[in-house]
Ligand binder design. Structure first.
Ligand SMILES: [Fe+2]
Ligand SMILES: [Fe+2]
Length: 248
């Protein structure tokens, strides 16, 4: 099978057609604009949409009496309990997606095999299991606070949209295992940041037991990041040195 870095019929660069590209550059440089107006039109449209649009979603009301009581109690201390619940739900959403991401990578592995210095199936399976475990840690945390772990909160919604590009790469049947791992690398970087922030928030709010659970998750995430980073680098170096061998 050809590597994506092998030469093919890519004609996206302007160098493919020197005559047309000269005409394009001359046209762009000429004082006659191709259309009326300038970029200020789109800028003012963005501003008016942004000021007129509402927010992305809202927080759900507590789904249980326990949640309602907790909400009132935290409210007495002038805290906004919804902020912590929103961030827990964001992490839960990300871990659920992370589990699915590793399922996509496992399918790439099964279809295409690995490479020297790449992942083993067992390691991918281990990371998949840890993402799922983290999902359950967050589910328990939300339930212990009387919240509904199935609710898509505003931050969870935003995190899902952010991850959608990564899922497009992972679920595209044409992408290779190393390309899928690059998408995973972006996810793991965001994941580590997310856990870091959640630990700080839990600690500040006095949820020490939760913070301890989250530190365990963070250690697993650091391991994921270190491995994925190495796999991606190993592949690029071997590809650049022409030493790539498919080792299924
Ligand atoms: Fe994760
Ligand atoms: Fe991870």
């Amino acid at each position: 099978m050809k590597e994506p870095t092998d030469m093919g019929m890519n004609r996206t660069g302007i160098g493919t057609s020197p005559f047309d590209s000269k005409e394009l550059i001359d046209g762009a440089a000429s004082s006659v604009p191709s259309s009326e107006g300038d970029a200020s039109g789109i800028a003012s449209l963005r501003i008016s949409y942004t000021t007129e649009s509402g927010n992305v979603g809202t927080m759900p009301p507590p789904s249980s009496v326990k949640g309602a009581v907790k909400s009132v109690l935290e409210g007495i201390t002038a805290r906004n309990p919804a902020v912590f619940l929103d961030k827990l739900a964001e992490r839960l959403q990300f871990e659920r997606t992370g589990t699915r991401m590793y399922e996509s990578v496992l399918a790439k592995f099964d279809a295409l095999g690995s490479f020297d210095g790449g992942p083993s199936r067992d390691t991918l399976l281990e990371f998949h299991g840890e993402e799922l475990k983290h999902f359950h840690v967050l589910r328990s945390a939300l339930e212990s606070m009387g919240a509904d772990p199935t609710a898509l909160t505003p931050s969870a919604d935003i995190a899902a949209v952010e991850a959608s590009g990564l899922l497009q790469v992972l679920n595209d049947p044409r992408t290779t295992l190393p390309q899928a791992l690059h998408a995973i690398l972006v996810a793991e970087l965001a994941d580590s940041e997310g856990w870091d922030m959640l630990i700080e928030l839990a600690t500040n709010l006095g949820h020490e037991a939760m913070a301890d659970d989250f530190r365990d998750a963070m250690r697993a995430e650091e391991k994921h990041l270190a491995h994925v980073r190495q796999w991606v680098a190993n592949h690029a170096i071997q590809d650049a040195e022409g030493k790539l061998e498919q080792a299924a």
